[in-house]
Ligand binder design. Structure first.
Ligand code: DTR
Ligand code: CA
Ligand code: ZN
Ligand code: ZN
Length: 444
């Protein structure tokens, strides 16, 4: 079946997709439909955040706690030493830093604000984390982990010499453990005009829990989807967090009407068996058994979770700063030519020519497939990248007698170049059934 639609969005007619021979009538001038959903060109792909660097910050925070009575709490010397460490790193990296003081419980509190020079200051993308611990321990997961992940992302911005379209700002908060005192003080100190300039605030509070979960903040659907899709590209199915409402530094921004998002790896709640089945770790145990305890040390960190979460922070910053997120309907490359699938026969392919992209394909490349078939359990389906890298989308599932495969797969294609001819490869490995590829598409 062939159709060439002229969508209302900007349309770019691209080089023809190669049509499978013999299976279709002679085509008119074939074209692959590209409907751009107003996605401005994102900056180059976000860098990998070296988890070793994040852990090095945690080691410093641990040393600070050890040298200051075992904690980094508000009003204690360990907190001021922590904020001085973070400030020193940012000053050396070219940030404009501001140490803001407030009083609470008879002690001086400190917030650190770091602005990356450039970008449209009427559109601020902000990320933050509380830097204070409880008095009862060093607070390495809660919340050295979020503080270090945000810090290393800020340093990666500097290393990359990023020139974002939006203005980037980072914040480290004091006295969160007493009720988000520092972040409340910051938001309250902003004029209405300055608050309205903050497009997004991303919060990261506990991102390295030893028995980790992968939770997204659900309050804004675009930000929720941004992180969900990122992790889907890693093959990780996230869940929305329902335990942290009002319990961390996103709350003052949310109360001020600023859209918020974030990530969370779990605290003292118990991991279910279903969660352990998809995330690993131990069911029936807390995500972090050292929550608010003296054992919340550098030994209380899951490196894989910390790594993935830190990379996700960078992914979000790079995308949001460019003034675009990866929307569900991005740039589409589609082939609607019918390709017959021989019963119990050789694999067939359908091609899509991708052009005009820069760099590699996304970590959450969407592969939409519409195959009409009488017994889908016979089908093996692969995506083949221009460089030959093959991604298995569907294995044969013998007794799955249902018809048709009409679904969207998400593939982490961030290691392969985007431009070139991508192939959908389909083989029927069972007898007595027929079908054809009706259409398929890649959404970048
Ligand atoms: N990190 C915790 C606050 C917090 C955020 N999300 C949740 C979920 C469940 C318990 C606590 C939290 C803190 O700073 O105490
Ligand atoms: Ca990494
Ligand atoms: Zn806490
Ligand atoms: Zn916390």
């Amino acid at each position: 079946m062939r159709r060439t639609t002229l969508p209302t969005a900007a349309v770019v007619t691209l080089a023809a997709a190669l049509l499978a021979p013999a299976a279709v009538a002679a085509p008119e001038a074939p074209a692959v439909r590209v409907a751009s959903a107003g996605v401005s060109p994102a900056l180059a792909a976000a860098p990998d955040i070296p988890v070793a660097n994040v852990k090095a910050h945690l080691a410093q925070l641990q040393s600070i706690a050890t040298a200051n009575g075992g904690n980094r709490a508000h009003g204690r010397t360990g907190y001021k030493a922590s904020i001085d460490y973070v400030k020193g790193k940012l000053d050396a990296a070219g940030y404009t830093t501001t140490l803001k003081t407030f009083s609470y419980n008879g002690a001086t509190g400190y917030n650190l604000i770091a602005d990356w020079p450039g970008g449209d200051t009427s559109h601020v993308v902000m990320a933050g984390a509380h830097l204070d611990s409880v008095t009862g321990g060093p607070g390495i997961n809660d919340n050295g982990s979020g503080s270090a992940g945000v810090l290393e992302t800020a340093l990666a911005v500097s290393r990359a010499g990023l020139t974002p379209s939006k203005h980037l700002r980072f914040g480290w908060w004091g006295a969160e453990e007493y009720g988000m005192i520092g972040s409340k003080n910051y938001v309250n100190s902003l004029s209405t005009a300055d608050r309205s300039k903050i497009d997004t605030y991303l919060n990261f509070d506990m991102i390295g829990s030893p028995n980790p979960g992968y939770f997204t903040y659900r309050y804004d659907s675009t930000l929720d989807a941004l992180f969900r899709n990122y992790f889907a590209g890693l093959g990780i199915s996230t869940e929305q967090d329902f335990e942290g409402d009002g319990r961390s530094d996103h709350a003052p921004f949310q109360d001020a009407g600023i859209r918020v998002g974030g990530l969370f790896s779990g605290a003292d709640y118990t991991k279910t068996s279903a969660q352990a089945a998809k995330w690993g770790g131990t069911a029936g145990q807390p995500f972090d058994r050292c929550y608010h305890s003296s054992c919340d040390t550098t030994a209380n960190i899951n490196d894989t979770a910390l790594d993935r979460m830190s990379d996700a922070i960078a992914y979000a910053i790079w995308n949001l700063a460019a003034g675009s997120t990866t929307p569900p309907t991005g740039t589409v490359f589609e082939n609607t030519a019918d390709v017959q699938i021989p019963d119990y026969g050789a694999a067939v392919t359908s091609d899509v020519a991708v052009t005009g992209r820069t760099g590699n394909a996304p970590a959450a490349l969407q592969v939409g497939v519409d195959i009409k078939h009488t017994w889908r359990g016979d089908l093996v389906i692969d995506l083949v990248a221009p460089n030959g890298t093959t991604f298995r989308l569907k294995d044969a599932s013998g007794n799955d007698s249902a018809p048709n495969v009409q679904t969207t797969y998400t593939v982490n294609a961030s290691a392969v170049a985007a431009n070139g001819t991508w192939k959908l490869k389909v083989q029927d490995i069972g007898r007595q059934d027929t079908g054809y590829v009706d259409s398929w598409k890649l959404t970048f």
